[in-house]
Design a protein around this ligand. Structure first.
Ligand code: 13P
Length: 243
């Protein structure tokens, strides 16, 4: 059975003062039987990793370049993230696919770079509302999975997050049946069935338990509700209590 993972994506939120949330998370909500990961903005990775040193909290990044070094002003390479203390990197988030035109082939190249640097690639896929309305959800996510996943991906190197674009930051979530349908389809399409499959999109303390009760949901990728230790802690507790 895949390992359970509660992952927080802070997106473009967080100043040094917000590291107090990490102290509260470690003090009040850990350790946990599930793996726990926070992906802060790159500016906070090293400081957060220092806070998390010697604990079970893992720290990740939100993107990386395909190259290990070079003339790429403003970009960050995977070995730099590892050097700063990151263990994971989110790749192909729908906000990067939309804001920066990132396609699945680029996401796969970034995942290969992440793997080479020893990072776990947390690859995001998900349909838009128009695609769901057109009945294309399973075809879209299956194609994104196939094109975004490097050939050599294993459970040790890779995590997949299913994040319907229309559920991100909206307070709307798919039905239990809709999440189950996608996760069952993705599980069958994975090269390694032990790869963890996260659900993401408006996960909150109030809906976490019912989402974690779905077969083939191994955890969550949480945006807004990961910013406060109490909310994220409640989601971690719900994951611990599941299965
Ligand atoms: P929200 O939990 O804020 O909807 O964001 C989900 C997400 O995009 C996590 O990567």
């Amino acid at each position: 059975m895949p390992r359970k993972l509660a992952a927080g994506n802070w997106k473009m939120n967080g100043l040094a003062a917000d590291l107090a949330q990490i102290d509260a998370l470690l003090r009040d909500h850990m350790p946990s039987t599930a793996e726990v990961l926070i992906c802060p903005p790159a500016t906070l990775i090293a400081a957060m990793a220092a806070r998390a040193h010697g604990t079970a909290l893992q720290v990740g990044a939100q993107d990386c370049h395909t190259a290990a070094t070079g003339a790429h002003t403003g970009d960050i390479a995977a070995p730099m993230l590892a050097d700063a203390g990151a263990s994971h990197v989110i790749l192909g988030h729908s906000e990067r696919r939309a804001d920066h035109g990132e396609g699945s082939a680029l996401v796969a190249a970034k995942a290969r770079a992440a793997h080479t640097a020893g990072l776990v690639a947390l690859i995001c896929i998900g349909e838009t509302e128009a695609q769901r309305d057109a009945g294309q959800t399973l075809a879209v996510v299956t194609e994104q999975l196939r094109e975004s996943l490097p050939e050599a991906a294993t459970a040790a190197s890779t995590v997949i997050a299913y994040e319907p674009v229309w559920a991100i930051g909206t307070g709307r979530t798919p039905s239990i049946e809709q999440i189950a349908e996608v996760h069952d389809t993705l599980r069958a399409a994975l090269p390694d069935p032990e790869i963890a499959l996260l659900y993401g999109g408006s996960v909150k303390p109030s809906n976490a338990a019912e989402i974690f009760a779905i077969g083939n949901v191994d955890g969550a990728l949480v945006g807004g509700a990961s910013l406060k230790a109490a909310d994220f802690g409640a989601i971690i507790a719900a994951l611990d209590a599941s299965r």
